[in-house]
Design a protein around this ligand. Structure first.
Ligand SMILES: [Zn+2]
Length: 223
């Protein structure tokens, strides 16, 4: 990786703002350096307009600040750390309250895999958890339970928002963008299905798997 992890985490956080996935100071992306035992994450309560790379906070895997810049890490840091501790191949975690994902979180229904774009990126529906508050390890435990059950790298947290898990911070932010896109498309399809009398069904499972494996094979893209 040419880019430093700090820079990648900063750019991934900014991408949430640029893509309209966050409001106010909401949202956060982190990345872990497993060899160094360090996690880079967005500071708490900083406006995106004033957010610079050197504001990224570095913590150890227990959540203590490593470099003393005076900024506190995101209040969601414990949830990120819990996921890194319990899912060893995760390198980046992202959290948003993007609008259409939040609608599904309120309804408590998963985002169905209706299109090939959804199948490409996620390979399954985006599952939704029950409601939990943010004390202790409640959020992390709930997310881990859903992850173990489904293997999904994007999980809707009931009455709250979205968490995504990926190999890198930038990929976790990309998953948040695509999850919002899929939620918006599904929302309109389900509404339109209601007033046109068309039953909106997910793609066939075999088709979903085919699109997913094609997208994730080395034959796709420029590499
Ligand atoms: Zn939140």
């Amino acid at each position: 990786m040419n880019m430093s992890l700090r820079k990648e985490v900063w750019e991934a956080n900014l991408s949430l703002w640029k893509n309209g996935l966050v409001y106010g100071t909401q949202g956060n992306v982190s990345g872990i350096d497993r060899k160094g035992g360090e996690v880079y994450i967005k500071p708490s309560g900083v406006a995106y307009e004033k957010f610079t790379e050197d504001m990224i906070v570095k913590v150890d895997t227990e959540g203590s600040c490593v470099d003393k810049k005076g900024l506190k890490p995101s209040v969601d840091t414990p949830h990120h750390l819990f996921l890194y501790k319990n899912i060893r191949d995760v390198g980046g975690v992202c959290h948003t309250h993007s609008k259409f994902i939040t609608v599904f979180s309120i309804l408590g229904i998963p985002v169905p895999a209706l299109t090939t774009a959804h199948a490409d990126v996620f390979g399954k529906e985006i599952p939704v958890s029950g409601y939990v508050d943010n004390t202790g390890t409640n959020i992390g435990t709930e997310l881990l339970k859903i992850y173990k059950k489904t293997g999904a790298n994007a999980i809707i947290l009931g009455r709250h928002g979205l968490f995504t898990l990926a190999e890198t911070p930038s990929k976790s932010a990309f998953y948040a963008l695509m999850a919002e896109y899929c939620a918006e498309v599904s929302y309109y399809a389900l509404i339109a299905g209601g007033f046109t009398g068309k039953k909106v069904m997910p793609l066939d499972r075999k088709e979903i798997e085919k699109w997913y494996s094609r997208y994730h094979s080395s034959r796709y893209g420029q590499i």
